[in-house]
Design a protein around this ligand. Structure first.
Ligand code: SF4
Ligand SMILES: [Zn+2]
Length: 322
């Protein structure tokens, strides 16, 4: 179990939010292979009981003083009763209700039903449900991400969340494997536009290279590079037009496994991205131009001309002194 506090924009005000990651039996989909970029289930373990999950939460709740909002992640689906038995769900929901905190929970679409939502909302009516849409393109969902979900599945679940009276947060993946940088930017922008039809919040999630994943295998063979921070900024600037709350906190940002630029301008780019998420400013993100901006533009054009893969051209140029 992990617990920490972070800032969140809640109704226009920046507040402290608690984040709790519970160790559970893990995502149902990961048992059948899982998503190409997801290594969360390395931490999961079969046979974690309901009592164990409740004990983890009770221990975490001691560190949440001063927070006004809670995010509970399970590395899977909060609404999957095999992973989060009903009494564990109720324990967390009632703690949030009694302490006056809104709760963000995540779920795959197949566990989002009128019944599962109804049962949760009966305990606590201040819930935000996060769904990993990832891409609004079924071919990307199937062949690049192996999400085992279609856009129609997302649409049905998103509409169930809204009809039940909960808020909806949608995750948009930036740069699944096998997409060039330019294709990834285009895919993330069109996915965010689709998500905006029903979502209250859109979270842009740049891929980071997690251990034990297909993405890691590709990355080790120079066939994958996590997105440039310039790409993250371009997507966020496009999303600023959507009139929705848009957030982004690149995991591993500025490092080789996370979204990164040249190393020299990463800190400035990351702090602009975080500032944008917190303030929800509709102004475009401004970062002083670094010479790597030109390399990013060149790579965007070159990648499209290479047949048969999406090599990490920046590493290639660095190694060969170009
Ligand atoms: S990304 Fe979500 S759905 Fe995919 S394997 Fe990971 S936890 Fe499961
Ligand atoms: Zn730079």
């Amino acid at each position: 179990m992990s617990v920490w506090k972070e800032k969140e924009n809640l109704g226009g005000e920046v507040v402290d939010a608690g984040v709790v990651i519970l160790r559970t039996s893990g995502c149902a989909h990961s048992r059948g292979g899982g998503c190409t970029m997801c290594g969360y289930n390395q931490e999961s373990s079969e046979g974690i009981s309901s009592e164990d999950v409740i004990a983890q939460f009770q221990s975490a709740s001691k560190s949440l003083d001063g927070t006004q909002f809670l995010k509970v992640y399970t590395s899977g689906s909060f609404l999957d009763q095999r992973e989060m038995p009903l009494d564990a769900q109720r324990e967390i929901l009632s703690w949030c209700r009694d302490s006056g905190r809104g709760l963000l929970l995540e779920s795959r679409t197949e566990f989002i039903t009128e019944d599962s939502l109804g049962a949760a909302l009966q305990v606590h009516d201040d819930i935000e449900v996060a769904i990993g849409l990832e891409s609004a393109n079924d071919r990307v969902l199937e062949f690049a991400i192996n999400k085992d979900m279609t856009v129609a599945d997302y649409d049905r679940a998103a509409s169930a969340v809204k009809s039940a009276g909960a808020r909806l947060r949608s995750y948009v993946l930036l740069k699944p494997p096998y997409l060039t940088e330019a294709e990834a930017i285009e895919d993330a922008i069109s996915t965010a536009k689709h998500a905006a039809l029903m979502s209250d919040t859109i979270s842009i999630n740049p891929v980071n290279v997690q251990k034990g994943t297909i993405v890691e295998r590709l990355w080790k063979s120079w066939s994958y590079r996590s997105p440039w921070l310039w790409s993250v900024i371009e997507v966020l600037n496009a999303c600023a037009e959507l009139d929705r709350k848009v957030v982004c906190d690149p995991t591993g940002g500025g490092r080789e496994r996370g979204a990164h630029n040249c190393g020299g301008c990463d800190e400035e780019a990351l702090s602009a991205i975080r500032e944008f998420s917190l303030t929800q400013s509709r102004n475009k993100i401004q970062v002083s131009e670094c010479e790597c901006h030109c390399l990013w533009e060149t790579i965007r054009e070159l990648e499209g001309l290479i047949v048969g893969g999406t090599p990490d051209l920046q590493r290639f140029f660095r190694k060969h002194g170009a």
